[in-house]
Ligand binder design. Structure first.
Ligand code: E4P
Length: 224
C-alpha cells in the first residue's frame, strides 16, 4: 500500500517528500499544464533533481502527449534519452487498441510503463496482459458517469491477485479523501493523490480537541 503525489509542482512535491510518506510521483499533460509555462524537459529534470536531492529513486510517471502510436514510441524513447538516468522513470501510455502495441514495444525496449486512463476491469486486464508495470484506474471519472468505482478497483484487485498478475494497481482521479480510504479498501496497491488532500488526510477535529486538552491539562498541572 503506497501513496504517490499527483502533481508536477516542485513546491508541492518537496513538501510531501519532506514528510516521508511519498512513494512516487505521477504527472500527466493536464497536471503539467497547471504549472507556469516552461520547457517540458527542463521541468521534468527539475522534478528528478528534487527526487534525487531527497535520495529517492521512487517511480516518476511521465506521460506521452500524442494520439499517434509511432509518435508515442518516439516520445517515450526521447524521454529515456533525456531522463533515463533516473531509475524510477516510467512512461505513461493511455489504454487503447493501438496503445497496446506501444506498451509492448516499450517493454521490449526495457522501459517501465504505466498504462493510464483505465476506467474498467477489462481495460486494466488488457493493459496488464500487454505488459504494463502499473495500471491506473481513474476513480473520480469512473464515478462521474454513474459506475461503481469501488467495485471496478475491487474486482481488478481480485482478478490480478487470483491470476498472479504482477502489474500494480494505481488509483487516481481522487476527488475526496474518502476516495483514498475506499481505494485502499478496494485493494489498490497505490493511490496517487492531489497534494491539496494531504493535510486533510491527517486532520480530524477530535485530534485537535485531544491535543489541546492534553496541553491545557499539563499546563494547569504545572501551574498548580
Ligand atoms: C493519475 O495520475 C491521473 O492522471 C490523474 O489522477 C487523473 O486525475 P483527473 O481524473 O482528476 O484528471
Amino acid at each position: 500500500m503506497q501513496i504517490f503525489i499527483d502533481s508536477a509542482n516542485l513546491e508541492e512535491i518537496e513538501e510531501a517528500l519532506k514528510r516521508g510518506f511519498t512513494a512516487g510521483v505521477t504527472t500527466n499533460p493536464s497536471i503539467m499544464s497547471k504549472e507556469k509555462r516552461t520547457d517540458f524537459v527542463l521541468h521534468i529534470r527539475r522534478i528528478i533533481e528534487l527526487l534525487q536531492r531527497y535520495e529517492q529513486a521512487i517511480p516518476l510517471s511521465v506521460e506521452v502527449f500524442s494520439l499517434e502510436p509511432r509518435e508515442m514510441i518516439r516520445q517515450a524513447l526521447e524521454f529515456r534519452e533525456q531522463f533515463g538516468d533516473y531509475p524510477g522513470l516510467n512512461i505513461k501510455v493511455p489504454i487503447g487498441w493501438n496503445e497496446l502495441a506501444v506498451i509492448r514495444e516499450l517493454k521490449k525496449q526495457g522501459m517501465s510503463v504505466n498504462c493510464t486512463c483505465c476506467m474498467s476491469l477489462n481495460q486494466a486486464v488488457m493493459a496488464a496482459a500487454a505488459g504494463a508495470d502499473f495500471v491506473s484506474l481513474f476513480y473520480g471519472r469512473i464515478r462521474d458517469i454513474g459506475y461503481d468505482a469501488f467495485s471496478v478497483v475491487e474486482r481488478t484487485h481480485r482478478i490480478f491477485a487470483s491470476a498472479g498478475i504482477s502489474s500494480r494497481i494505481i488509483v487516481g482521479s481522487i476527488r475526496h479523501i474518502h476516495d483514498v480510504n475506499d481505494a485502499f479498501l478496494a485493494g489498490a496497491d497505490i493511490v496517487t493523490i492531489p497534494p491539496k488532500f494531504f493535510p486533510q488526510l491527517v486532520s480530524h477535529p477530535k485530534t485537535d480537541e485531544a491535543v489541546n486538552q492534553f496541553l491545557t491539562d499539563f499546563r494547569n498541572w504545572q501551574e498548580r
